[in-house]
Design a protein around this ligand. Sequence first.
Ligand SMILES: Cc1cc2nc3c(=O)[nH]c(=O)nc-3n(C[C@H](O)[C@H](O)[C@H](O)COP(=O)(O)OP(=O)(O)OC[C@H]3O[C@@H](n4cnc5c(N)ncnc54)[C@H](O)[C@@H]3O)c2cc1C
Length: 333
Amino acid sequence: MTTTAVSPVLLLTAVVRRVERLSPSFVRIRLGGNGFEHLGPEGPTLDQRVKLLIPSPGRPAPSALLDPDGWYAAWLALPEADRGHLRTYTARGVEGEGDDRQLVVDFVLHGHGPLGAANPLGAGGAAAGPAGTWAARAAVGDEVGLLAPRRGHEHAFGGIEFDPGAAGRLLLVADETALPALASIVESLPACTRGVAVVEVPDATDFLDVRFPAGIERHWIARGARPRGEQTLAVLRERLDLHPERAVADASSLGPSTDLDDAVWETPAHSSSGDDVTASRRARPRPGDRDTYAWVAGDSDTVKACRRLLVGERGMPRPQVAFMGYWKQGRSG
Ligand SMILES: Cc1cc2nc3c(=O)[nH]c(=O)nc-3n(C[C@H](O)[C@H](O)[C@H](O)COP(=O)(O)OP(=O)(O)OC[C@H]3O[C@@H](n4cnc5c(N)ncnc54)[C@H](O)[C@@H]3O)c2cc1C
């Protein structure tokens, strides 16, 4: 008897069920459709990432042309007009059961004016990209391709980086693209969790409604016309001066990636620089350790600056940090 292994990758054509403008910079889109009863994760979404296959204007969602196993090679082999654009987003939530199960995604409308009109040199000089443009124009019934974890196979799919171990305090840092992940994380934390959250968004009207545990000190920053990350770094410096981290500053723990010059993705499980992270994994904090775990995500330049401050200057041990560049200025995808 032969058994067919179920792919941990759920490949669906997702249908827009609801569009809700949360603020000038954010639109929340609920996606559902055939096969959504299998959508994972089963537990909290935390910073679960998913992939969206954004169709080219006037074309069907590319998901219909692919098979979950080997989807990437098959997608690359599609004619350019059918391929659309592959982008990474966060499951802000997974709600409902059966036919009503839905994925909630909060999109940043970078490069768009307040009414969603494409503005090639929009606020902050940001250019509109295919995903932001699709979200700005999305209407109920529109379709997009989705690659997400299959329920019950979350571990094999991966895509959750938040892993504080036994850390006693959290330091959470996000820009607007990482706010959906930060919000999902903090809303799943026990009420007794302590720490600091620093969130930088374009404008004070983008301070979204997020339920934080009372012990998390919140710093909402409106960027306005100031350079990206400037105020985030200032808040971090101030808070670290009040609560100095362990001053271990072990130069060997920095490895060759001290000044990562490209997309930065460095967690206890993976380093985009190719550094050996197995030693870091072995040194995970043990139960009883009361150290801080830092989760930092957003534009790559700010994330790199945070890394220099936290690991380079303040000596935070590598097993207790996750630095994730979610996007890079001037680069698509
Ligand atoms: C793990 C992960 C999770 C993510 N989760 C989310 C999420 O939940 N919501 C979300 O909105 N984004 C999220 N992002 C970021 C998103 O993938 C990028 O912003 C992506 O580049 C948007 O695609 P696009 O087609 O709109 O623009 P692209 O075609 O990729 O880029 C076009 C131009 O816009 C610039 N650009 C891209 N994003 C921004 C931005 N936010 N502000 C200003 N300029 C920008 C690029 O540098 C480029 O010059 C996530 C990224 C990762 C890696």
